[in-house]
Design a protein around this ligand. Sequence first.
Ligand code: ZN
Length: 233
Amino acid sequence: MTEALVLFSGGQDSTTCLAWALDRFEHVETIGFDYGQRHRVELACGARVRERLAQAYPIWAQRLGEHHNLDLSILGHISETALTRDATIAFSAGGLPNTFVPGRNLLFLTLAAAVAYRRGLKHLVGGMCETDYSGYPDCRDDTLKALQVALSLGMDRRFVVETPLMWIDKARTWMLARDLGGDGLVDLIREETHSCYLGDRGTRHEWGYGCGECPACALRAGGWERYRLGGGG
Ligand code: ZN
């Protein structure tokens, strides 16, 4: 079985995961979720990223299969967060930012597994990361391993949840991209991928577009700076 389904949002992490999967698997499909996120611009970026990857890397173009887009507007109805409402991003007493949509990744992976089941894809690839993340409990390695077991049992089909970014920080995510696709892939990620929670694509920084202030921009900017100081970029 050398087929994978990548949870693909059009951001830096999921684009790096897509490149990682295209490097390893013979057939790779992608899945994205529209849940009324304020940074919906990432969905358009995702289509452009797929196009540019296929243009720049002919072997990957042969492996890249279809994209599945799922309407998850229900998520915006059941959760009040700064990702789906016009609210200021802030941190709660428990340390979680109000960008946290409870159980979002559980839902995403469960739906991805349902699509993967139908499409005959064994590996589910996601950009979850425990290293320098915002503290979302559904990004933790234990959560995802438990989910792998639950999905495999619940659908009576062996799924493997792959999280290539789990133990690396944002600087090493840029390094991974360079290892996979050279400086051309790093440049493609800087230019075409979107991370900013506010959906800002008007302000260009060295690391890409974004407001420069929100937690997603801060992580991306910090990682780029360390990557650059380490001899990359
Ligand atoms: Zn931002």
